[in-house]
Design a protein around this ligand. Structure first.
Ligand code: FE
Length: 348
């Protein structure tokens, strides 16, 4: 009997031990990154640290709704979102736990993370960037007519422009940046010019705009770079042909630089595994993870000085380009103002 009790005790001890162990070595990740190549990234983290990742995939809105509904009972430790305006909103809604990390503060340039709180804590960090560029029909359009965002609103481009909904976060962020560069009143005039120049009402996603240029429905469009890179690297000949037909311009290289948006991460407000959550974010700025963003999903690293090993990104830029330096948090903050402007100028 005594022997039996001992065995029982040992068994329950080891159960408790393994429960404790499991608790320490897990993070719960809520991710709006829906890129299949990210699987390898998560697997490498677990291999390197022993920390298991439980992942909940949803879109940005779904994650935010879930976090709000769960409140302080939320099991979320880390949150990954794919737009500056959404990250900014998550911060304002109190969904994040500001953290201090030498590694993150050194790796991520100041314009690509949240504004530090009074105690130095930072609510979210950009982890990869995507540029919002112009694609154009090489047969119909002179490159110099579309080499700035401002020119897209000029009469020369009348009836040429295809663009997704103005209210989509990628456009809200671009227009929010324009508001920083030009001021609100000139930005509203510019937006009105874009509406005047549209070849069709806003519809579809970025890839649809590129395809519409290739098919001749429009001659100029706005897209995030990774959508174009995907077509360039596609093994489908029809998609490659689309990419071949269009030219690409990184706008405003002679002035403030091309608009970049971020995908980023934060520690959840009620994280139960906050130290491991920070460890995961720190892993995402390591050279290996940053290369993964560039090669797997055709994004640009936030960390400077990494050699890009991505033929599509190389071909687009010749290796590098000038990106704007407005704080991405200010861009997020402008989104309400921008939406009001869009409503006034009839930009759907
Ligand atoms: Fe996207």
């Amino acid at each position: 009997m005594r022997r039996f009790l001992t065995v029982l005790c040992l068994a329950s001890l080891s159960l408790a031990g393994s429960a404790l162990h499991a608790q320490e070595q897990v993070i719960n990740l809520y991710s709006a990154r829906h890129y299949p190549t990210d699987e390898a990234l998560y697997a490498d983290f677990t291999k390197a640290t022993g920390i298991k990742i439980n992942r909940v995939d949803s879109d940005d809105a779904g994650i935010v709704t879930r976090l709000k509904a769960e409140g302080s009972a939320s099991p979320a430790d880390v949150i990954l979102l794919v737009d500056a305006a959404r990250l900014w909103k998550g911060e304002v809604d109190g969904l994040f736990l500001p953290v201090r990390s030498k590694v993150l503060e050194t790796a991520v340039p100041p314009q690509l993370h949240a504004k530090p709180k009074d105690d130095g804590g930072i609510a979210w960090f950009g982890l990869s960037t995507r540029a919002r560029v112009v694609v154009y029909d090489k047969l119909k359009v002179n490159r110099q007519d579309v080499d700035t965002y401002e020119k897209l609103a000029e009469p020369v481009n009348k009836g040429r422009l295809c663009v997704r909904s103005g209210s989509h976060p990628y456009n809200l962020s671009l227009f929010g940046a324009m508001t920083e560069h030009l001021g609100p009143a000139p930005t509203e005039i510019w937006l009105k010019g874009l509406v005047t120049n549209m070849a069709r009402a806003p519809q579809g996603g970025d890839t649809d705009q590129i395809k519409a240029v290739a098919s001749g429905e429009c001659a100029v469009a706005l897209t995030n770079t990774y959508y174009l890179a995907r077509l360039m690297r596609s093994s489908n000949p029809a998609e490659k042909a689309v990419a071949d037909r269009v030219g690409v311009v990184f706008p405003n290289q002679q002035s403030w630089g091309t608009h970049v948006n971020v995908a980023g991460g934060a520690v959840a407000r009620y994280a139960k595994n906050a130290p491991n959550a920070v460890k995961f974010l720190e892993y995402l700025v390591s050279p290996a993870a940053q290369n993964h963003f560039a090669n797997g999903n055709n994004e640009w690293p936030v960390v400077k000085g990494l050699k890009l090993d991505n033929p599509a990104l190389q071909a687009m830029t010749g290796g590098s380009f000038k990106s704007e330096l407005v704080p991405i948090s200010a861009v997020g903050m402008n989104q309400v103002k921008v939406q009001q402007m869009l409503d006034r100028v009839g930009f759907k």
